[in-house]
Design a protein around this ligand. Structure first.
Ligand code: SAM
Length: 405
């Protein structure tokens, strides 16, 4: 009778595992053994260059000769991966004698253990045994891991769920552009505190019992609202809940994220940070404009344009920026763009410097308005550009749009 395998998760850390064979099959098996912390010894007259690389970094040992039964003394697990049937048979016999489980790459029925298709998502390991059909196992594994990543299969953590705050950067808007870690944190949260610019479609995927606090509904006024956000996230965490502070882009790029970190620290609340794709890089990127290009721009400078040049509270030296040759990326600058263009021209940037204004980046309404420093103010008015927009100034725009310049 063909009994099904009995699944078990082997904890191999520090335990001797022998891999017989040094070819491509062995090469594929070894990384997972190293990742499990096993004490791996390869027995084979020859090994592939990739296995040799692992020797160099001291992650495995190599006995450079043919197999002898004594190689399995003291082993907990054997991976038999040679192309020689007689050697494989000898390994099986020696393993049986020592009561050591043995995987066979050539003959699953002669093996005493099977390697499942393995995938990981966070701290969950998915292992699939598809009755000796490795492709089917791999497909199932991929499907399960993909659903865990997307959040359509939710494995919420019920044990060790830590009270605290996680700052999650949601990326520029398209829900596909949040990180895997960010998505997982959202799905695992008790409370999500979200901003107007945070990718809203992701919020509709949240499990029904996750409380959503919409910051846009908190009291207005820049400081009052931030103080209220700090108060809410600290209060929720102190009540023992796992809080995600969810914002557009990256929380530390004009996102006031560090004020939240300081507020949490002051209250003794643990904080973790999951960075996001920040709009000054991601939005031009999606619109086909690189912020650097070899031989064209050796730096890119990201500046908030919420204050005009010359404003007493401005921290930007516009003459210094004008003196740079590379790319300038302006955020929150739609209103002050004409004044900023003037400051850059006054500082010596040529009037024909190409400019691209990318509005609603990664959203269905995304569009790019092209201009030069000389025409920027007029073009913004003509095209009735509204925030959010990223304004890219510099020769990289010409590289991306040679037809226009
Ligand atoms: C308060 S800042 C927040 C930036 C965000 N933390 C980040 O890392 O991208 C808001 C500004 O980011 C820019 N921005 C954010 N998302 C954008 C998008 N999808 N398209 C265009 N600009 C965007 C705009 O310049 C907007 O005025």
């Amino acid at each position: 009778m063909d009994f099904p395998p009995y699944p078990s998760g082997l904890r191999l850390a520090g335990r001797r595992v022998v891999v017989v064979g040094g070819g491509h099959v062995a090469q594929r098996r070894i990384p997972a053994l190293i990742a499990a912390g096993a004490d791996v010894e390869v027995v084979s007259p020859e090994v592939t260059p990739a296995i040799e690389g692992l020797l160099g970094s001291g992650e495995i040992r190599w006995t450079a000769r043919g197999f002898t039964a004594a190689d399995l003394d003291g082993a907990w697990y054997v991976v038999c991966a040679t192309s020689d049937a007689a050697v494989n048979e000898a390994v099986s016999v020696a393993a049986d004698e020592r009561r050591v489980f043995c995987v066979r790459s050539d003959d699953a029925l002669a093996a005493t253990a099977w390697t499942p298709a393995v995938g990981r998502h966070g701290d969950v390991t998915v292992a699939v045994l598809g009755n000796r059909d490795p492709r089917r196992s791999a497909e199932l594994r991929d499907g399960i891991v993909a659903e865990l990543r997307e959040g359509s299969l939710v494995a919420r953590q019920h044990r060790d769920r830590v009270a605290g705050v996680t700052l999650v950067g949601g990326g520029p808007g398209d829900p596909e552009l949040v990180s895997v870690a960010g998505r997982k944190a959202l799905m695992d949260a008790d409370v999500v505190v979200a901003d107007r610019l945070a990718p809203r479609e992701l919020l509709s995927d949240l499990p029904a019992d996750v409380e959503l606090i919409d910051v846009a509904k908190l009291p207005r006024g820049r400081s009052a609202q931030q103080e209220e956000i700090n108060r809410v996230i600290v209060e929720q965490a102190l009540a023992g809940r796992s809080v995600v502070r969810f914002k557009g882009g990256d929380n530390f790029v004009f996102g006031r994220g560090y004020e939240e970190v300081l507020a949490c620290r002051a209250a003794g609340v643990p904080v973790t940070v999951i960075p996001g794709l920040t709009s000054p890089v991601a939005v031009p990127g999606i619109a086909g404009i690189p912020v650097t290009h070899r031989g064209v721009a050796h730096e890119f400078t990201v500046i908030s344009g919420h204050l005009p040049p010359g404003h007493p509270e401005s921290l930007t030296s516009w003459p210094a920026v004008a003196g740079l040759a590379g790319t300038v990326v302006l955020m929150m600058a739609v209103e002050n763009a004409p004044a900023i263009a003037t400051a850059l021209l006054d500082g010596g940037r040529p009037a024909d410097t190409p400019v691209a204004v990318v509005c609603d980046g990664t959203m269905p309404t995304e569009r790019t308005v092209l201009a030069t420093l000389g025409t920027l103010g007029a073009r913004l008015a003509e095209e009735a550009v509204k925030p959010p927009a990223i304004i890219v100034v510099g020769e990289v725009v010409r590289v991306a749009h040679p037809e226009a310049f």
